[in-house]
Design a binder for this molecule. Sequence first.
Ligand SMILES: Nc1nc2c(c(=O)[nH]1)N[C@H]1C(S)=C(S)[C@@H](COP(=O)(O)O)O[C@H]1N2
Ligand SMILES: [Mo]
Length: 213
Amino acid sequence: MVGRIANPRRQEEEELRAMRRLPPGQALTHKFPILHYGQLPEIDLAAWTFRVSGAVEEERVWTWSEFNQLPRTRITLDLHCVTRWSKFDTIWEGVAMKTLVEQGYIRLKPEARFAVQHCEHGYTTNTPVGLLLSDNMLMATHYDNKPLDLEHGYPLRMVIGINRANPNAQSAYLWKGGKWLRGVEFTASDRPGFWERLGYNNEADPWREQRYA
Ligand SMILES: Nc1nc2c(c(=O)[nH]1)N[C@H]1C(S)=C(S)[C@@H](COP(=O)(O)O)O[C@H]1N2
Ligand SMILES: [Mo]
């Protein structure tokens, strides 16, 4: 066609839409935007700990070197940000909460139905336990085969997206993946986190466009 300007990004976007991988109102990006509230934290790995608390039989606290000896998982996720960008086939490596529960590192109490992520500077976000223990969430130390950049949550972040091994499972927009993660607290009742209290949707399902409350 004379005069038609090819736009490879738009074409790829249409292909992803046809494959039902692009949720409504989202646009494909190949960049990795950086979004968070407040300043970057200063990280001291010698003083760093990761705590699992709340509705568990025994609280756990791991140092950075102990955390790195936990069993590891590698997954590929499609990420969907509430600010309307989506990034596909992102590769993450780290520790799955699912593995820690299955292998007995953490024993949940029966009342544990929700989980709050606790991050540096007091950022929190909440999900149901079922989602946290799914293949759509990972406590990641590595992105794209490299340690995380500080801007994306070094040394540890929760990442949440859609794993194509199970594309119909529940997932949520990326704000429910806390950067600079320092702990997970299991709770009996749901406790809205930082953005959830400021008017973001508590469920945050990208397929239902649950952006704001
Ligand atoms: N600790 C912390 N984690 C956070 C945030 C934040 O403000 N603080 N913002 C969230 C939001 S709104 C988004 S969209 C993603 C962005 O992750 P990225 O900067 O790696 O793209 O981080 C989430 N995790
Ligand atoms: Mo966001």
